[in-house]
Design a protein around this ligand. Structure first.
Ligand code: NAP
Length: 285
């Protein structure tokens, strides 16, 4: 019997942990690394091997996933003292699922090529619940051959993995998606505040929305969060503020995009660690 592909997972935050768990549950060998070691230790109990450095993950695994916060984290993981580029391995597949700038993907793809590795940018749509159930939508930029190699792995993580172009196309697709997410979060918050101002019950408004053509997975989840006053981050507001900055840097400059960008930048200081729907609190202040 052919032995399963060996995988590596770097970045065990809200998203990375459940995604790495899906690979373990599928019976794939997973070598894990997280900057704060405690999160990796938690996965050891579930069958993962814990590596001391990013380079050691690349030494151990054929396909290495990255799921970290931002451009800076990606740069450090590649170019740091014990980063991926310090490994003498070659011919590996590096799959960056973090939401980062198209520019950083171009740079990291180039550095990867220099070491004989393939690089895919493969950011995801969906949050913790979709990560847990393997129902993410994955948008991929990179060479077709690398994509085909990754497809069986993506099948454990998402309901759709779509190659949308060459390097960084996935990042641009993700910025388009998260611009829309910003509109929806702020739109829902503004509708709730308008209804409250006119004495309506939030529960009634949300029931109407859920039964209308406006209903969506996002609005249902965030509507429940508003009702339960649960602002604990499933997707941290500061991460969306970052994505809207990335979109702006890529030329996003349309009327709604400008307003949403500004609102989320203003909300970040007070509500950055809460969920995106804490934009409601900011607008109410
Ligand atoms: P998170 O819970 O904040 O986790 C961030 C991860 O990045 C942690 O493992 C953190 O390590 C690591 N990290 C941060 N800076 C680092 C650095 N300089 N060097 C090495 N590691 C570093 O974030 P998340 O919610 O999982 O999101 C991860 C990515 O997915 C982000 O790009 C986000 O925009 C995107 N995303 C999130 C969601 C969502 O709903 N949460 C949905 C779609 C896409 P430590 O544990 O040491 O801090």
């Amino acid at each position: 019997m052919k032995s399963p592909i060996t995988t590596g997972w770097i970045g065990l935050g809200n998203m990375g942990t459940p995604m790495a768990r899906r690979l373990l549950a599928a019976g794939l060998p997973v070598t894990a690394y997280n900057r704060s070691p405690a999160k990796a230790e938690a996965l050891r109990a579930e069958g993962a091997t814990v590596a001391p450095t990013p380079a050691a993950v690349l030494d151990a695994a054929q396909a290495v996933f990255l799921m970290v916060s931002d451009d800076q984290a990606i740069r450090e993981l590649f170019t740091g003292e014990q980063g991926l580029l310090q490994s003498s391995a070659t011919g590996k597949l590096i799959i960056n699922m973090s939401t980062v700038s198209p520019g950083v993907s171009q740079e990291m793809a180039e550095l990867s090529r220099g070491k004989g590795h393939a690089y895919l940018d493969a950011p995801v749509s969906g949050s913790v619940k979709q990560a847990e159930s393997g129902q993410l939508a994955i948008m991929v930029g990179g060479e077709e051959g690398a994509f085909q190699q990754a497809e069986p792995l993506f099948a454990h993580l998402g309901k759709l993995a779509l190659r949308v172009g060459t390097t960084s196309a996935g990042n641009n697709a993700k910025l388009a998606m998260n611009t829309l997410l910003g509109f929806q979060a702020q739109g829902l918050a503004e509708a709730v505040l308008f209804a409250q101002k006119h004495g309506l019950q939030t529960v009634d408004l949300l029931e109407l929305i859920k039964s209308s053509a406006l209903a969506s997975v996002f609005i249902n989840l965030k509507g429940d969060a508003i009702l339960n006053e649960n602002y604990q981050a499933a997707f941290a507001l500061k991460l969306l503020a970052k994505d809207l900055r990335l979109a702006k840097a890529e030329g996003s400059n349309t009327p709604l995009a400008n307003v949403v960008h500004q609102t989320f930048q203003e909300a970040e200081a007070a509500h950055g660690d809460e969920d995106v729907i804490a934009i409601l609190k900011h607008l109410n202040e």
